[in-house]
Design a protein around this ligand. Structure first.
Ligand code: FES
Length: 187
């Protein structure tokens, strides 16, 4: 994860259609040259450049770990689109993080089946084991207990949770303890 991000986004002139007519490169890029090139290359991948924005934000997040305002502004500059539009997408989709997050991101299903099988107990146990509450990150930056979420489509394994892209099902207190120990070891 990067720190000391520049405070000034790139400047540009916006057209009424959300594109920009002229882009001035940022004086301090928050993205590597490789990521910048990959984002520019996306412009030829889609019929409309707006369709490349989510891919470009994903590339930015893959590099930095989240999408700070400076990164979404740089994405906009590289694609030649409105920075406001890019920022609105980065803040709308929950797959993007606009604040730093831990290496492991834990999300607990709180929908009906999981609720009936004890998702509240799972959440409380996680908070206890991790020493943080929902929305917080452990001081060592290893784990973010991000949020409760809607059905993971793993109702047969309720109560279920997700760590990054990996599902963990039928969570008991013992399994939560083991999971937290594993996350602290591997992150
Ligand atoms: S309700 Fe939790 S996975 Fe479906």
């Amino acid at each position: 994860m990067r720190s000391n991000l520049p405070s000034q986004p790139p400047s540009r002139e916006e057209g009424g259609d959300g594109t920009v007519s002229r882009t001035v490169p940022p004086s301090h890029s928050v993205l590597s040259e490789a990521t910048r090139e990959a984002i520019v290359a996306l412009k030829t991948k889609y019929p409309k450049v707006q369709s490349a924005i989510l891919d470009a934000l994903r590339l930015a997040q893959d590099e930095i770990g989240y999408v700070p305002t400076e990164a979404s502004a740089e994405v906009a500059a590289l694609l030649g689109v409105s920075p406001h539009h890019v920022h609105s997408l980065a803040t709308f989709y929950t797959m993007f993080f606009t604040q730093p997050v831990g290496t492991a991101i834990v999300e607990v299903c709180d929908n009906l089946s999981c609720a009936l099988w004890g998702s509240r107990r799972v959440l409380a146990r996680l908070e206890q084991e991790l020493g943080i509450t929902v929305g917080e990150t452990t001081p060592d930056g290893s784990v973010t207990l991000l949020r409760t979420i809607e059905c993971l489509a793993a109702c047969g394994g309720a109560p279920a949770l997700r760590v990054n892209t990996t599902y963990h099902e039928k969570m008991t207190d013992e399994k939560i303890t083991e999971l937290v120990q594993e996350l602290r070891k591997t992150t």
